[in-house]
Design a protein around this ligand. Structure first.
Ligand code: G3P
Length: 241
């Protein structure tokens, strides 16, 4: 049975381990293996997304760094093709998918990219359709059987267009067709508020730059409160162990 929040075990059924897969998935948007190791150790990271710019920033060899990431994170790891033509995308995507079982082939939202997406979808290879900036594009990606659609909200905000509005539009469209299994992966996130607002809408997944994920932990009253608790505890002269 489902582990969703409303499900109760029936007679003879055992209470399942709480799997929080009904909560928003958090991916980290980086190819920096040290950041990935550090943040994955929190247990809060469900996957990783990369793109050619992030690979270039890492200074590492693409295939090598992707392989290493899949060894650190067991969840979905997006690796992007760089060919612009269908045949090249399929060839590159197959090579990437062979690196590990948790590879998600990332494809650009172009006619060739969506054609390749359909091919991979028919073969059972996971896909992430990237560079989505409109609901019409998201509709096409779902039609092509994308596993994830990545609307880039920060880049829309940069142009004074409401990125989060695009997320709510896509969620509304997808929810009108319950058979759509494409997950909305909120991308180009720039602040904790982006993540919070997308979670309020029930977005499936967000990919988060490491600095933004770290910022989500922080509140000055948490630091201040902890400091006061520790100072008072010190005065008691006690220790728990
Ligand atoms: O996942 C997409 C993301 O990498 C793009 O982010 O900050 O370059 O717009 P940004």
């Amino acid at each position: 049975f489902s582990t969703g929040p409303d499900q109760q075990p029936g007679p003879g059924q055992v209470e399942p381990d709480i799997k929080q897969d009904y909560l928003m998935e958090f991916f980290i948007d980086t190819a920096d293996i040290n950041e990935i190791r550090e943040l994955a150790a929190t247990g809060l990271v469900d996957g990783v997304t990369t793109n050619p710019s992030l690979i270039a920033k890492s200074g590492r060899q693409f295939i090598e760094v992707i392989k290493e990431i899949t060894e650190v994170v067991s969840g979905p790891v997006s690796a992007e093709v760089t060919s612009l033509k269908y045949e090249g995308m399929v060839e590159e995507g197959r090579k990437l998918a062979a690196i590990a079982d948790n590879i998600v082939v990332k494809l650009p939202l172009t006619p060739d990219g969506l054609k390749a997406c359909k091919t991979f979808s028919d073969e059972g290879i996971s896909t992430n359709v990237t560079l989505c900036f409109s609901s019409a594009q998201a509709l096409l990606a779902a039609k092509a059987g994308a596993t994830y659609i990545s609307p880039f909200i920060g880049r829309l905000d940069d142009l004074a267009q409401d990125g989060l509005l695009l997320i709510s539009d896509i969620l509304e469209i997808y929810s009108a067709y319950p058979d759509i299994s494409t997950k909305v992966l909120v991308a180009s996130t720039r602040s904790p508020l982006h993540i919070v607002e997308a979670a309020k809408m029930g977005a499936d997944t967000a990919t988060i730059p490491p600095a933004v994920l770290r910022a989500m932990f922080k509140h000055p009253l948490t630091d201040k409160g902890l400091e006061a608790f520790m100072a008072d505890w010190e005065k008691t002269g006690q220790s728990i162990l």
